[in-house]
Structure formats: C-alpha cells, structure tokens
Design a protein around this ligand. Structure first.
Ligand code: UD1
Length: 343
C-alpha cells in the first residue's frame, strides 16, 4: 500500500516509516517540521535504502492538505502528526485543541473526498486518565485525561468513531501508546526533543551524555515497588511494528473502529529504568528526589492482549534493549538530529 504518514519525520512517525518499508509498503511523509528535522529524511534513506517522499505541509490548512491528496495516490493514512507536550498544553490549550483537532478533521475531509478510508491513529494511554487501575484494558470507560493534550486524544477518538459510523467503508484503528522509548538499532534516528525533555527516558539519556547535571525523580513516596512511578515502557521499533500490524488488519476488521493498546504489559519504576540505563551505558546517572509531579499516576501499564489476539502483534524488545538503543542514538547524536554530520 501507499501510506501517508503524517508527522512522519517525528519520533514515532520516522520509525513507522522504516517499519512500513520493511513490510513492503511505500510511505509518503507529510510533516511541518515544527518538532522534527528534515535531516531525518536522509537518515531514513540510509536505513531503508530507498528515498522517502516528503511533503512539507500544514495539515490545519485544508487547501494544502487537499493538494497533497490530489498529488499522491494514497491507500491509507497513519496519522501521527500532533502537538504532544503535556505541560505546554496546559498553558496553551487553544493551540493544542486547534492544531490537533483541526488537522485531524482536515485529514479526514481529504480522505473522504478522495476515497481513502483506512486510518491508523496515534492515540495515547493518557486517555485512561486517573479513573482506572492497571492493567488498563481498551474497554475502560469513561475516557478522560487530566490535561488538554490528552483531551485532544479523547476527543479525536470520539470524532473518528462518529466519522466512521457515518461514512460507509471507513476502518479506523486507534493505537493507544504507553511509554515509547528506545531508538532504531542503527543509531541514526531516535527521539530528539526540543528544549528540556518532559519525559523520563530522554532526560536520563541527556544526563548520561553530559548535557544535563542530574535527573529529578518526581516523588519516591508512591505505593509502588520502590516508591517511584511505574510505567509500561515500549521500544519504539516494537511500537512501529504495531502500526504496520494495525494497518494490515484494517480490511479484515469487523468493527468500523477499534482501539488497541500498544504496550508490553510490564511495569518498570523510575529507579529501575535509571539502573538499567546505567548498566547499558556504563555511565552514572546522578539524581535527586523532588516532589511529585502534578497529574502523575503511581502506576500505569497495559493489558496488551487485544493487540496480541486480533493484530497478532506483541512487543518483543526488553528494557535492556530499550536502554542500549537509546544510548547508541544519544551517544552518537549528543545534541540530537543536528549534531552529527551525515557523511
Ligand atoms: C507523559 C504524559 C502523558 C503522555 C506521555 C508521552 C504526564 C502527566 N503524562 O506520561 O500524557 O502521553 O508522557 O510519552 O505528563 N519522571 C521523573 N523525572 C522526570 C521525568 C519523568 O521522575 O524528569 C517520572 C514520572 O514521574 C513518571 C515516569 O518518570 O513516573 C514517566 O514519566 P514520563 O516519561 O513523563 O511519562 P508519563 O508521565 O507516563
């Protein structure tokens, strides 16, 4: 299939482009590079041996999006594009709602107009909010996130369900990511956050490489294995494979819309991850314990059984591989995507 990957230059999108190529699909990227670098395109070519077509486009712009669909024969869309910083979404909610909701509607309009009815959407485990306990199953209800970013995912899931119900032929997979970490084994692509990382793994990696002095552990008085928060970290290469499995499953899906958790089902504390990273990198990662972060949960991990039985997909990579691959990427690219010459 020819698959449009929105946000295809980003962290999850770029690894998904590699997975699509390996599975024999052709990826076409649409990205506005607001949180990614065009340098990723050359790296993708080096990994997969084929050049990847890329359109710089603002998906909130209906005419530009329509032009893209006219220019390209597209069989399916993997919609990864979106703003994703939780803290920023609290201070700039209008920007988050406008960008994430309008771009999704614009893509959906262009799809319907052009007869494209296969969609895989990047959702998040954040849709489960604080109301449900782990392991989190897809049928947990109601869905409500604690922050505007997460609410955009809740609303978009609902929007896409309504669109699929009203427009015959639509098949939509909603992929609820747990905590994506790691990098492609080549060390050529990985997570490249702008500014201070919000998430644990990139912060730990930047401390290990010497870009930051120490990690602040957000609370060690939770009711968990060692008092620090527990999460379900999933290797981004496994996550990318989950997108291809979902895409390949769409045509045989009985429901119009189906949500799938992409997680491992295992739970790892902040200090367990930190120790694993120290072992993988051979570096010490200094830390201090600070107060709890507002809105944080003690524990969140997936029940990944639906993806296993219905998509035939399960995460294969260990915490050790997640740390080793993050370190390979971070140590080769200490300042991110722009720090290494593409020789
Ligand atoms: C966060 C978001 C979630 C989003 C996800 C994207 C919040 C409340 N949730 O999830 O909506 O979908 O990122 O990947 O922000 N930690 C530290 N020190 C740090 C950073 C994190 O101790 O500097 C701890 C956190 O308290 C948590 C764990 O590490 O226990 C994981 O945090 P993080 O990587 O930010 O992911 P989530 O909070 O699960």
């Amino acid at each position: 299939m020819r698959v449009l990957v929105t946000g295809g230059a980003g962290y999850v999108g770029s690894h998904t482009v590699v997975a699509l190529a390996e599975a024999g699909h052709t990826a076409v990227i649409a990205d506005n590079f607001s949180n990614s670098s065009p340098a990723v395109l050359d790296r993708l070519e080096r990994i997969s041996g084929v050049s990847v077509e890329c359109h710089e486009v603002e998906l909130t712009d209906a005419e530009a999006t329509e032009r893209l669909f006219h220019a390209e024969p597209i069989d399916a869309v993997i919609h990864c594009a979106g703003l994703k910083a939780v803290g920023e979404s609290v201070s700039a909610p209008r920007e988050y709602y406008r960008n994430n909701l309008v771009s999704t509607l614009t893509v959906a309009d262009a799809m319907e107009k052009n007869g494209v009815r296969r969609l895989v959407f990047s959702s998040s485990a954040t849709v489960y909010g604080a109301a449900h306990s782990s392991p989190l199953g897809e049928d947990s209800w109601p869905l409500e996130s604690s922050n505007p970013y997460g609410q955009t995912k809740v609303i978009i899931e609902r929007m896409l369900s309504d669109i699929a119900a009203a427009n015959p032929g639509w098949k939509v997979a909603l992929l609820r990511y747990f905590n994506p970490v790691g990098a492609h084994a080549s060390g050529l692509i990985g997570e490249d956050p702008r500014g201070v990382p919000n998430n644990l793994m990139p912060f730990v990696a930047q401390v290990a490489v010497g870009r930051r002095d120490r990690l602040t552990v957000h609370g060690d008085d939770y009711d968990t294995v060692d008092g620090t928060g527990e999460r379900d970290y999933i290797h981004v290469v496994d996550l990318a494979a989950g997108h291809v499995a979902a895409l390949d499953h769409l045509d045989s899906m009985t429901a119009d819309v189906r949500a799938f958790n992409l997680g491992t089902g295992a739970s790892t504390s902040v200090l367990q991850l930190l120790r694993a990273f120290e072992r993988a990198s051979g570096r010490t990662v200094p830390y201090v314990v600070g107060p709890r972060r507002e809105g944080d949960l003690a524990v969140a991990y997936a029940d990944p059984s639906r993806a296993r039985t219905e998509l035939g997909w399960m995460a294969a990579r260990s915490l050790e591989e997640m740390c080793a691959d993050t370190w390979r990427w971070q140590s080769a690219n200490p300042s991110g995507m722009s720090s290494r010459l593409d020789s």
